[in-house]
Ligand binder design. Structure first.
Ligand code: HEM
Length: 476
C-alpha cells in the first residue's frame, strides 16, 4: 500500500474524528494582535511563531493573529485559524469550502493602484468571471511559449554565468542576486510577454530593480527583511506605503510591456475578451509578482541547498551529463530523476510562497489528522507551508533535507502531498481552481537550471547570495 494511505489525508472523514473546539485566542482587542505581531516579526519569527503555538495548544489547528495590525491597519482583521498539517491545509484547495477573493497575502490587500486600478486575477476567486478568462489567457501564453522556453532559458543563463564569471575573475566572493534577477527579468519578459529588455537600455539595466521596488512596497507590511528592530516595526510594519513612491517605475514597466508585448496583449483582447488594460496589468503582475518574485526566492534556496555539498554535486553532475541527450529540453530533463527530486525537496523545505489563505464560504467541519473543528462562514484560514511540509505522518525524517526523497515509486506518491503551488504537485491548474498556472514549468525550469549548471561547471561553492567558486571542466 502506498504511504501515506489516502484515508489519512482526505478530508472525507471528519465525522469519525472527535470534535474539538478550536484552541487559541485572539487576545484583547489591539493588544492581542500587537503582541502576536511582535512575536511574528521580532521575538520569534514566523517559523517559531507557528511552531510554539502548535506545541502550546497541542494542535495543528488553532486561532491566532497574523500581521499586519495596529496602529494604521484599522481595516485589516488579523484573526486567522492556522492550519498546519497536510490534512487541514488541504481544505484550502477545496473551492466549495473556501473563497480566495482578496486573500493572496491575508486580510490585508495592497492598494489596486499598484496594479493599474484593476484587481488582477491572482486576487480573484474562481466565482469571478474575469478569473477564468485571465487564467485561460495566462495558461495559453505558457503553452505558446513552450517552444522557445528552453532556448531562451539557456541563452539567458549563458549571459548570466558569463557576467558572474567575469566578476569572479576580480573577486573571490561574488554576490549574484542582482545578476540572477537581471536574468529572470530578461527571460520572463521574453517568454511571457514577447518583450526584449536588451532592445531597451533602461529596462536591460534596471527593469529588475523597478520590479523589486514595486514588489517591496506592496509586501512590506507582511514580511520581515531583517533590519534592526524596533526600526523595522516602526518604519516598515506599521503602515502601508503609498503607490506614488513607485509610480514612475510602474509606468516604465507598463510602457515597456505595452510597446514590446503588442502581440501578446492583442491575443488577450481578441482571444480572451480582455480589455487592453486588463491584459497589460495582469501580464505585468504574473511576470513581476508570480514569475520574477517566485524565482527570486526559489533559485537562491536551490543554489544554497547544493552550494557546499560536494558529494551531492557529483551525483547531480553525473545525472546532468549522462542523461537527457546532448541538448537540454523540457522532455529530456524529465529523465533526470535526482535533479527533479532535488527541486521538489527544496520546494518542500523552503516553499517560496510560505503562507496561503482562504475564507470559509460557509460553516463547515475542518479536520486535522486527529480532530474535527467547526469553522464559521467568513473565518480566514491561514496555512504556513514550512510546517505543513514537515508533517511527520506524511514525510519520514521531515526536518531532514533528503535530495532523493521524491525518487522511485514511494517518492512519486509523495508528490500528492507537495503543496508549494497551492495544490498538490500531482494536481492540474485549471480555471476552476486556484493552483499556480506555472506549476509544471516552474519545476521543469528549476530542473533545467540545475542541469545546465552541472553541464557547465564541475563544481561550485555558494550560499543563498554569493559564489566563492565556479569550477569549469578542465580538458587535457
Ligand atoms: C517559483 C516560482 C513560483 C511560485 C513559488 C509560485 C507559487 C504560486 C502560489 C503559491 C500561488 C497561489 C497563491 C494563492 O492563491 O494563495 C500561485 C498562483 C499563481 N501563479 Fe504561481 N508561482 C510561481 C511561478 C509562476 C509562474 C512562472 C507563473 C506563470 C507564468 C505563475 C502563475 C500563477 C498564476 C496565474 C497564479 C494565480 C492562479 C489563479 O488565480 O487561479 N506562477 N503561484
Amino acid at each position: 500500500m502506498p504511504w501515506p494511505p489516502a484515508s489519512l489525508v482526505t478530508a472525507a472523514t471528519p465525522t469519525e474524528l472527535p470534535i474539538r473546539q478550536i484552541p487559541g485566542s485572539y487576545g484583547l482587542p489591539l493588544v492581542g494582535p500587537m503582541w502576536d505581531r511582535l512575536d511574528y516579526f521580532w521575538f520569534q519569527k514566523p517559523e517559531k511563531f507557528f511552531r510554539k503555538r502548535m506545541e502550546k495548544y497541542k494542535s495543528s489547528v488553532f486561532r491566532t493573529n497574523v500581521p499586519p495590525s495596529f496602529p494604521f491597519f484599522g481595516n485589516v482583521n488579523p484573526n486567522v485559524i492556522a492550519v498546519l498539517d497536510v490534512k487541514s491545509f488541504s481544505h484550502l484547495f477545496d473551492t466549495d469550502l473556501v473563497d480566495k477573493k482578496d486573500v493572496l497575502v491575508g486580510d490585508f490587500v495592497p492598494s489596486v493602484a499598484f496594479t493599474g486600478n484593476i484587481r488582477v486575477a491572482v486576487y480573484q476567486d474562481i466565482t469571478d468571471p474575469q478569473h477564468s478568462k485571465i487564467k485561460e489567457y495566462i495558461m495559453d501564453i505558457l503553452k505558446r511559449s513552450s517552444g522557445i522556453w528552453v532556448s531562451e532559458l539557456v541563452r539567458n543563463l549563458d549571459i548570466m554565468w558569463e557576467k558572474i564569471e567575469a566578476s569572479m575573475s576580480k573577486s573571490s566572493s561574488v554576490s549574484y542576486l542582482f545578476t540572477l534577477q537581471q536574468f529572470l527579468f530578461s527571460f520572463f519578459s521574453k517568454v511571457l510577454a514577447g518583450a526584449d529588455p536588451s532592445s531597451d537600455p533602461k529596462m536591460e539595466e534596471s527593469g529588475y530593480a523597478m520590479i523589486d521596488r514595486w514588489l517591496a512596497l506592496q509586501l512590506l507590511p507582511t514580511v520581515s527583511i531583517g533590519i534592526l528592530q524596533p526600526l523595522e516595526e516602526i518604519l516598515l510594519h506599521s503602515f502601508a506605503y503609498p503607490f506614488f513612491l513607485v509610480s514612475e517605475d510602474y509606468k516604465n514597466l507598463y510602457n515597456f510591456i505595452k510597446q514590446q508585448g503588442k502581440e501578446t496583449i492583442n491575443r488577450g483582447e481578441i482571444g480572451f475578451g480582455l480589455s487592453e488594460e486588463e491584459a497589460i496589468h495582469n501580464l505585468l503582475f504574473v511576470l513581476g509578482f508570480n514569475a520574477f518574485g517566485g524565482f527570486s526566492i526559489f533559485l537562491p534556496s536551490l543554489i544554497e541547498a547544493i552550494g557546499s555539498n560536494g558529494a551531492l554535486q557529483e551525483q547531480l553532475k553525473k545525472e546532468a551529463r549522462e542523461k537527457g541527450g546532448t541538448r537540454l529540453s523540457l522532455e529530456s530533463v524529465k529523465e533526470m530523476e535526482l535533479i527533479q527530486s532535488m527541486v521538489y525537496e527544496t520546494l518542500r523545505m523552503n516553499p517560496p510562497v510560505p503562507l496561503q489563505y482562504g475564507r470559509a464560504r460557509k460553516d463547515f467541519r475542518l479536520s486535522s489528522h486527529e480532530c474535527a473543528f467547526e469553522v464559521k462562514k467568513g473565518e480566514l484560514l491561514c496555512g504556513f507551508q514550512k510546517l505543513v511540509m514537515r508533517d511527520s505522518l506524511i514525510f519520514d525524517d521531515p526536518e531532514q533535507f533528503k535530495p532523493d526523497r521524491f525518487t522511485n515509486e514511494k517518492g512519486a506518491h509523495l508528490l500528492n502531498y507537495l503543496f508549494w503551488s497551492n495544490g498538490p504537485q500531482t494536481g492540474t491548474p485549471t480555471v476552476s481552481n486556484k493552483q499556480c498556472a506555472g506549476k509544471d514549468l516552474v519545476t521543469l525550469t528549476a530542473a533545467l537550471f540545475l542541469a545546465h549548471l552541472f553541464r557547465r561547471y564541475d563544481s561550485i561553492n555558494a550560499d543563498a547570495s554569493s559564489f566563492t567558486s565556479l569550477q569549469k571542466p578542465t580538458f587535457t
